[in-house]
Design a protein around this ligand. Structure first.
Ligand code: ATP
Ligand code: MG
Length: 408
C-alpha cells in the first residue's frame, strides 16, 4: 500500500504543468465583421499593451475571437495582476488566467489537476474546440479530464450548477485550461469612435457619463469648472481624483480646469436672475466647444438625466443644445439616480464623488431656478456679457493636468 507521502508525491508528479500561465481574453461585440473587426482588434491589442506597460512587457497574440497575452518569465502572480488590469480595458468580455499547454490530453490533464488542487465541492469540465481536427470530441475530452480529476481528488461531477467549472479550449497551436475569470467591461476599444470632451463636475453623474462613452469607443478629455477664486480648490482635487480613477479605462487622460468664479459673478450681475443656472451651463458648453475644437474633439459629454434637477427639463435641455454647434452626448439621459449610483459604485467613482466639496454651482443658486428657459432671453443676457469673447478667454485660462491611474 502506498504511504501518504508517496501518494502526495504521485499527485505532485501528475500536476507539474509543462506549460506557461497567460491571460486569455474574450473579445466583445463579436458581431463586428470585415474591416471594422480588423480595426477593433488592432486597437484593442494596442490598448492592452499600453494598459499593462506598468506591470510587464507583453506579447498580444490575436486568434479568432480571443487574444492571448504572454510575458517572459510569467508567474501566476504576474499573470493575475495582468488579468486584473486587462479586465478594465474596454472591448473585453472576459479575462481568464489560463494555463497554455501542449495540445495533448496528458498536458491538459496536468494543468487541470493543478487548477483543481485544494478545491472542495462539485465540478464540471467544459471543452471548446476552435481546432476541430483534435482527435477527441469536446464531450470525450470533458469525460476524460473529469474522470481524472475525480480519480485523483475524489471530487464529484455535477453538470448543472457545479461549484467549479474547469474550461478547456483547444486552439490552433495549443490548449488553454482555466477556471473562472474576471468579467470585462464589454463595449468597444477606446479610440475607435473618435474623441470627446466630458464636462466633469465633482458629482456622481459626470464620471458615469464618461465611463459609458469610453465604453462606446470614445477617447475622452475632461473639463472642470471650479469656483476659484471664490471657492477653495477642493472641487479640483475631486475632479482630479475622479479622472485618475477613470484613467484605468483608457490611459493618457487629460483634465483641463477653468477658474470660473469671476465669470459666474458676471452672469449674476447681468440680471440673469432665474436664468442664471442655464446661462452658466450654456457658458460652460460654449467654453467646452472652444476647448474641444482645440483638442480635435467632435462632441461634448454631460451627465444630464432627464428631469433629475430643474436645469434638466426638456425645455432647458433644448436651451442647452442651442448654445453650441457640437453635438452634446448625454448617455445618462434615461437613467434613474439609483441606476447611476450603482454604476458609479461598480466603477469605483462613487466614494470619491461623495466627498464634500464646494461646487461652483452653489455660488449662484438663485432662489428659484427657471424650468422653462426661453432661448431668446438667454441670448439677450449673453449679448450683454459678450459671451463669445468670454468663452474664448475662459478656454485660454485652462490649466492642464495628467492624472494617471495608480499614481497617488
Ligand atoms: P453631477 O452629479 O455630474 O454633478 P448633477 O446632477 O449635479 O450632475 P448638474 O449640476 O445640473 O447635475 O450638472 C449637469 C451636468 O453639467 C454635469 O453632469 C456635468 O456634465 C456638467 N457640469 C455641472 N457642473 C460642472 C462643473 N463644475 N464643471 C464641469 N461640468 C459641470
Ligand atoms: Mg453637479
Amino acid at each position: 500500500m502506498p504511504t501518504l507521502d508517496t501518494a502526495t508525491e504521485a499527485v505532485q508528479a501528475q500536476t507539474t504543468v509543462d506549460g506557461e500561465p497567460c491571460v486569455l481574453i474574450k473579445l466583445g461585440e463579436v458581431v463586428l465583421k470585415g474591416k471594422n473587426r480588423e480595426l477593433f482588434e488592432r486597437r484593442l491589442a494596442d490598448n492592452v499593451r499600453s494598459a499593462t506597460r506598468g506591470i510587464a512587457r507583453v506579447d498580444v497574440i490575436r486568434r479568432h475571437g480571443v487574444f492571448i497575452v504572454r510575458t517572459k518569465d510569467a508567474t501566476v502572480e504576474k499573470i493575475d495582476a495582468l488579468a486584473e488590469r486587462i479586465s478594465d480595458v474596454m472591448g473585453i468580455v472576459w479575462a481568464h488566467r489560463a494555463w497554455r499547454v501542449g495540445k495533448d490530453v496528458e498536458s491538459v490533464e496536468r494543468a487541470a489537476l493543478e487548477l483543481m488542487a485544494g478545491r472542495t465541492g462539485t465540478f464540471a469540465v467544459r471543452t471548446k474546440r476552435r481546432d476541430k481536427r483534435f482527435p477527441l470530441t469536446s464531450t470525450e475530452l470533458d469525460r476524460q479530464v473529469g474522470g481524472k480529476i475525480n480519480d485523483v481528488y475524489g471530487l464529484p461531477v455535477k453538470l448543472k450548477g457545479p461549484d467549479h467549472t474547469l474550461s478547456i479550449e483547444i486552439d490552433r497551436d495549443e490548449a488553454f485550461v482555466f477556471s473562472g475569470g474576471l468579467p470585462g467591461q464589454g463595449g468597444l476599444p477606446v479610440g475607435m469612435s473618435g474623441r470627446g470632451l466630458v464636462l466633469m463636475s465633482g458629482g456622481i453623474d459626470s464620471p458615469v457619463a464618461a465611463y459609458r462613452m469610453m465604453r462606446r469607443g470614445l477617447r475622452v478629455d475632461y473639463l472642470h469648472f471650479s469656483g476659484m477664486p471664490f471657492t477653495g480648490p477642493e472641487s479640483i482635487y475631486k475632479a482630479y481624483a475622479l479622472v485618475r480613477e477613470l484613467d484605468k479605462f483608457q490611459g493618457g487622460s487629460r483634465l483641463f480646469v477653468v477658474p470660473f468664479g469671476k465669470a459666474q459673478q458676471q452672469i449674476k450681475s447681468s440680471g440673469a436672475d432665474k436664468l442664471a443656472v442655464i446661462a452658466q451651463r450654456r457658458l460652460m458648453l460654449k467654453t467646452g466647444e472652444v476647448v474641444a475644437h482645440r483638442l480635435g474633439g467632435g462632441t461634448l459629454i454631460t451627465g444630464d438625466a432627464l428631469g433629475q434637477v430643474s436645469s434638466q427639463t426638456l425645455t432647458n435641455i433644448t436651451a442647452l443644445d442651442d448654445a453650441v454647434e457640437l453635438p452634446i452626448l448625454r448617455p445618462l439621459i434615461g437613467m434613474d439616480k439609483i441606476e447611476i449610483m450603482d454604476q458609479a459604485r461598480r466603477i469605483r467613482t462613487l466614494s470619491i464623488s461623495e466627498l464634500p466639496d464646494e461646487d461652483c454651482c452653489t455660488l449662484l443658486a438663485p432662489r428659484r431656478a427657471e424650468t422653462r428657459a426661453k432661448i431668446e432671453d438667454l441670448r439677450q443676457i449673453e449679448k450683454r456679457l459678450d459671451v463669445a469673447e468670454l468663452a474664448d478667454q475662459l478656454a485660454e485660462s485652462v490649466q492642464e493636468h495628467r492624472p494617471v491611474y495608480g499614481d497617488s
